[in-house]
Design a binder for this molecule. Structure first.
Ligand SMILES: [Zn+2]
Length: 69
């Protein structure tokens, strides 16, 4: 799992990385990232950036979902 930002200045969402399995049992392809865990729509074709450390402005819904997994 990795923190990912869709647009500059927006909060970070959590996404699954290649090899991880989502809640429907679908494995994410190698080199790919899932959509945000909270269901936020992607307005861009790709994430602007990804980061391993949680920053203060990470999405609460994503964190709550991740905590249950
Ligand atoms: Zn989110």
């Amino acid at each position: 799992m990795i923190y990912a930002q869709i647009k500059s200045g927006h909060k970070l969402h959590l996404a699954l990385e290649g090899g991880e399995v989502d809640r429907e049992g679908v494995r994410i392809e190698r080199g790919m990232l899932s959509h945000p865990l909270c269901g936020q729509r992607m307005t861009e074709p790709n994430y602007r950036m990804t980061i391993n450390v949680p920053l203060a402005n990470a999405c609460r819904k994503c964190r709550a979902i991740a905590a249950k997994q």
